[in-house]
Write a new protein. Structure first.
Length: 140
């Protein structure tokens, strides 16, 4: 049986078992809106970490810009992705999932940071769950 639920003025038409489904959607929606924006902004300040350390040397050889410029470009993409999740989670969530898998691939290629790569793969699965919780025929 399919029921309609409403989440912050958004209608989801999914099989609903109980209130935790709505709570899970809200938590994932907030997470994948805020975290990419925060991480993207930090690419300009390096307050959380020195982001360039995570770049694969192979990537640096492929792009014609310095590592700091590349990371600021990555930051812009992450900010846009977070805004897109906030406004259009049906589009933004899979974008963030793919982005996280690309980041994990970069980390695996470095031969270091396997723990961070595994974490990012897990986050990609969570972003996919947000996509699945979003109404399939919604304009969002």
């Amino acid at each position: 049986m399919t029921q309609s639920i409403h989440v912050q003025n958004q209608s989801l038409s999914e099989p609903v078992l109980n209130q935790p489904t709505v709570t899970a959607y809200r938590l994932l929606h907030i997470l994948f809106s805020v975290v990419p924006i925060a991480a993207g902004l930090d690419k300009f300040t390096n307050l959380l970490t020195h982001w360039e350390q995570y770049l694969s040397p192979m990537i640096l050889q492929m792009v014609p810009v310095p590592a700091n410029v590349l990371m600021m470009s990555v930051g812009v993409v992450e900010i846009i992705a977070g805004i897109l999740v906030a406004l259009r989670p049906r589009i933004g969530a899979p974008l963030v999932a793919v982005w996280l898998l690309l980041i994990a691939t970069n980390l695996l290629v470095t031969g270091h940071y396997f723990d961070v790569a595994v974490r990012d793969i897990g986050l990609a699965v969570a972003a996919s769950a947000l996509f699945l919780l979003t109404k399939s025929n919604s304009k969002k």
